[in-house]
Design a protein around this ligand. Structure first.
Ligand SMILES: Cc1cc2nc3c(=O)[nH]c(=O)nc-3n(C[C@H](O)[C@H](O)[C@H](O)COP(=O)(O)OP(=O)(O)OC[C@H]3O[C@@H](n4cnc5c(N)ncnc54)[C@H](O)[C@@H]3O)c2cc1C
Length: 505
């Protein structure tokens, strides 16, 4: 009896001994090895058990073909296949996500693996990214069903109502306005977040929105904002200048990707065919009408036809690349690559906007209140997650959010700056972790961050929400395996408004 009790006390103590700081780099290596092994096994199984259809003279016809099964494609496939009379095809370059992707705390370790991430890099940036190798910024993008929703930070953040109203103005189509879109946000949600107001949030929908289970320093973040005169309101409602805790796309302590929320169950429907490892090469055109697509799967080119629509959901880099390979884009680019021009549309691949971000900090703290990996990751915390989905592995790097407007353009109802609180202390491998998270050069960060090693601290991630700068996506070859030239062209606006806003932010 006494020995049993002693054993339980001892094992509890052992479970709480922090893992050595070496654990984090070892953890990254383990995730990389497991990802490669599991993906290789899944790919081999797909080749063996889901072979390509035999070559036939007449391509198969679907009502709708959706290209890309990521955040958008998973939702579109679900909604369209609700109508049992429609035959829907979803083509996705990757496979289903891995279980590792479902663990929020592994988000940084899950990025940049070639089997699950397109792993793009920008062209060298002229005005920033000095801590990236050759000033080429890492642009992680999910390559699996659920797409980038398997890799992202899980921050549940709608756009500002004025963004959607602006879309309605630009397109001349009222259905894009916020009032109309709000009902779609609501029917998508099963809301368990910080601001349960039925005017703005829904229940019983497929996507679960939850509060963070682990939110260090949020109370202080909100109190500090209140002291400065900011409102503490729902950033997913009218989104004026406001600060708050973060709502997340998580369910029961796990990532709720769009694969999980929208696609997994829908894949049982007989009228929805989901084809994995299908890399779409181009859209087939008859005059200026899209009639089908050609995709490459396990080394074979396959053609399929659509009787109603082809819906491009291949993401911000994939969709313009497919259009350009199909002969739809700027004439000079297509001709330079010897691609026959089907439709000379100079705007395809232009107008790229991205919310460029600055990591400000560390802001050193006197109290031991930040998220210090060296002290809190122990065998017990791993067990706690495995058993109850609680503890540090539910943490997503950030915990608080804030929106405000800089002095130009001053518009408190349409903020241009979004800040996130990252309550991370200066643990031993901080420089390596932040380098991995944002694909930066570790050697350049270490001299700076190592100086603060062991201090409790926070960082603030400052995002420029409405940049003036415009970039581009341009294919370099008609071969879909060759990545496009991606140029976010940060801080390139002629008036220099972007850099002024970032400094003020
Ligand atoms: C690291 C990171 C963190 C982020 N954090 C957040 C966050 O916290 N909150 C938030 O709201 N947003 C966040 N985002 C942004 C958000 O995830 C994306 O805006 C969103 O996922 C884009 O959805 P999408 O459907 O356009 O593209 P994706 O989700 O990227 O889907 C595109 C799909 O198309 C497939 N595809 C591409 N080319 C082809 C082809 N030729 N043939 C077949 N399939 C193809 C891809 O494999 C992919 O599955 C983050 C993004 C990243 C990368």
């Amino acid at each position: 009896m006494a020995s049993n009790l002693l054993f339980r006390i001892l094992s509890r103590e052992l479970l709480n001994i922090p893992l050595p700081s070496l654990f984090i780099p070892v953890g990254y290596a383990t995730i990389a090895i497991v990802t490669t092994l599991v993906c290789t096994a899944k790919f081999t199984a797909d080749v063996v058990f889901r072979p390509n259809p035999p070559t036939i003279t007449q391509p198969e016809t679907y009502d709708f073909i959706i290209v890309g099964g990521g955040s958008a494609g998973a939702v579109v496939a679900n909604r369209l296949s609700e109508n049992a009379r429609w035959k829907v095809l979803l083509l996705e370059a990757g496979d289903t996500p891995l279980i590792l992707n479902s663990i929020p705390g592994l988000l940084s370790g899950n990025m940049y693996h070639k089997d699950t991430d397109w792993n793009y890099f920008s062209v060298p940036q002229k005005n920033c990214s000095y801590t990236s190798l050759n000033q080429k910024i890492g642009l992680s993008r999910g390559k699996s069903l659920g797409g980038s929703s398997n890799l992202n930070f899980m921050i549940y953040q709608r756009g500002n109502p004025k963004d959607y109203d602006n879309w309605a103005n630009i397109t001349g189509d009222k259905s894009w306005n916020y009032k109309n879109l709000l009902k779609y946000f609501k029917i998508s949600e099963d809301y368990h977040g910080n601001f349960p107001d039925r005017q703005y949030h829904g229940s019983g929908g497929p996507l679960t929105i939850s509060k963070l289970r682990n939110e260090p320093l949020v109370k202080q973040w909100v109190a500090a904002a209140e002291e400065l005169g900011f409102n503490i309101t729902d950033p997913n409602a009218e989104q004026t200048s406001t600060f708050s805790p973060i709502d997340t796309t998580t369910k029961n302590g796990q990532r709720d990707s769009t694969y999980n929320a929208f696609l997994r169950n829908a894949m049982n429907r007989k009228n929805l065919n989901v084809v994995r490892y299908a890399v779409v090469d181009k859209i087939l055109m008859s005059g200026k009408n899209a009639t089908g697509v050609v995709y490459i799967r396990h080394g074979k080119k396959i053609e399929v036809q659509a009787s109603k629509e082809i819906i491009l959901c291949a993401g911000v880099f994939g969709s313009p690349s497919i259009l350009q390979r199909s002969g739809i884009g700027p004439r000079h680019l297509l001709e330079s690559l010897k691609i026959p021009v089907v439709h000379d549309l100079p705007g395809v691949g232009e107008g790229l906007q991205d919310h460029v971000m600055t990591v400000a900090g560390p802001i050193l703290l006197n109290d031991s209140v930040s998220f210090m990996f060296d002290d809190i990751i122990s065998p017990g915390t791993l067990l706690k997650y495995a058993r109850k989905r609680l503890g540090p592995l539910t943490f997503i790097v950030v915990s608080g959010v804030g929106f405000f407007s800089t002095s130009e353009p001053k518009n408190p109802d349409w903020p241009n700056i979004c800040v996130f609180l990252s309550p991370m202390g200066m643990h031993a491998s901080f420089a390596q972790d932040i380098a991995r998270l944002f694909a930066l050069e570790r050697k350049l960060l270490e001299p700076y961050y190592n100086h603060f090693k062991g201090h409790h601290a926070t960082q603030v991630f400052i995002n420029l929400g409405r940049p003036e700068s415009r970039g581009s996506v341009k294919i370099k070859s008609s071969d879909p395996d060759v990545p496009p030239d991606i140029d976010p062209n940060y801080y390139s606006d002629a008036g220099g408004k972007d850099i002024r806003a970032m400094i003020e932010g």
